[in-house]
Design a protein around this ligand. Structure first.
Ligand code: SF4
Length: 367
């Protein structure tokens, strides 16, 4: 599905990852939709568009807003726990999930959501000034604003600030390499474990997401965690959770954290109830029985299933209740204080004390 708005595309940052087709159209090669564009057309994500003989990113430098969040909200449980992360997104998305939990941003068709302009250097500087150890590319899928995300990430690296990608992993191979090169951590949505779910509810495919997960695990040093939003009656059948967990264990290994998070009715899926906590707890039990060591529930209060435990002696390493750290049993170097066993992840010093605060930031100039 392409979008011909009638607007003349007069602005935009030169895009990468596209090529000309013999029939005169230009194909965007950022994600597996491979939109084929005539002059004046936008891709399905709405933010990439054809201008002249190329593709431009129409939202470069523009954000839907900035917030300082706990890193646990991304969610990342084994990456600089307790630290603050400067989070931002833009507009649009390359999947069309009926259950989108951020639809006011991702489905934005006009740019009225884009409130602030900020250069890569300004964002990196703001992160450092506000004590954020990382910047997260989140809220909508950052692969669609690849050129902006990569420039911000490189500016952050120069300032000693880490980079966190929160993505559905729906990205084509060449763009995938460029996008993840400056990233230090990623949380990838594995929305379900059937092609039918991706096709019916997201108009996408599962296979490219699995390829992104394999790429991150096998070919990069990016710290990887995986999230599955469990929707009652759609992707929470025990057989599907068995298959998903077995795939993660066999292909990504037992140490990749897996988060099962609760759905709430939103956007075009208002007919499903909230996910009961017991469904999340049962999913966690299934995944751990398949050999995964670090499986968490999310979007509910359940400290027992949100606490990181030492896989060797069972001691609580990082106690958690939702986004709040409640106990600390990890050395600064990431070992169990009780038995000395290392905990996989990125740990530099003891868990921080940012807590569950969420602080909006005014940054850059109003658009
Ligand atoms: S990023 Fe994906 S959805 Fe957007 S224009 Fe490119 S191929 Fe189409």
């Amino acid at each position: 599905m392409l979008d011909r708005t009638g607007d003349e595309i007069t602005t935009g940052h030169p895009g990468r990852h596209w090529h000309r087709l013999a029939d005169g159209r230009v194909q965007c090669d950022v994600c597996p939709r491979y939109c084929k564009l005539h002059e004046g057309q936008r891709g399905l994500c709405f933010v990439r568009a054809r201008r002249g003989d190329g593709v431009v990113l129409t939202t470069y430098g523009r954000s839907s807003g900035f917030c300082v969040d706990p890193i646990e909200k991304k969610p990342l449980a084994h990456f600089l726990p307790g630290s603050a992360v400067l989070s931002f997104g833009t507009a649009g998305c390359n999947l069309t999930c009926r259950f989108c939990q951020n639809w006011d941003i991702s489905k934005a068709r006009a740019f009225d959501r884009l409130q602030a302009e900020a250069s890569p250097g300004e964002i990196a500087e703001a992160a450092a000034r506000h004590g954020c150890r990382s910047v997260a590319y989140t809220y909508n899928d950052p692969v669609i604003f690849l050129e902006y995300a990569v420039d911000v990430a490189q500016a952050c690296r120069r300032r000693g600030v880490r980079n966190v990608a929160v993505s559905a992993g729906y990205v084509a191979p060449q763009a995938r390499r460029e996008f993840f090169a400056p990233m230090d951590a990623a949380n990838i949505d594995l929305k379900a474990f059937t092609e039918g779910f991706y096709h019916r509810l997201c108009t996408g495919r599962l296979q490219p997401v699995l390829e992104t997960l394999l790429y991150l695990k096998r070919e990069t040093q990016v710290w990887l965690e995986v999230t599955t939003l469990l929707i009652p009656g759609e992707n929470d059948a025990p057989e599907e959770l068995e298959a998903l967990s077995a795939w993660v264990a066999a292909n990504l290994g037992p140490d990749v954290p897996l988060h099962f998070t609760a759905f709430h009715p939103d956007y075009r899926m208002l007919d499903k109830p909230r996910t009961p906590t017991r469904t999340l707890v049962e999913a966690r039990r299934i995944a751990m029985a398949r050999g995964l060591r670090y499986v968490y529930t999310g979007n509910v209060h359940d400290e027992a299933t949100q606490t990181t435990r030492c896989h060797s002696c069972g001691a609580a390493l990082i106690g958690r209740d939702w986004h709040q750290i409640t106990a600390r049993g990890l050395t600064g170097g990431g070992r169990c204080e009780g038995c000395g066993e290392p905990c996989p992840g990125v740990f530099e010093g003891p868990p921080g004390g940012w807590g569950r605060r969420r602080r909006p930031l005014a940054l850059g100039s109003a658009a």
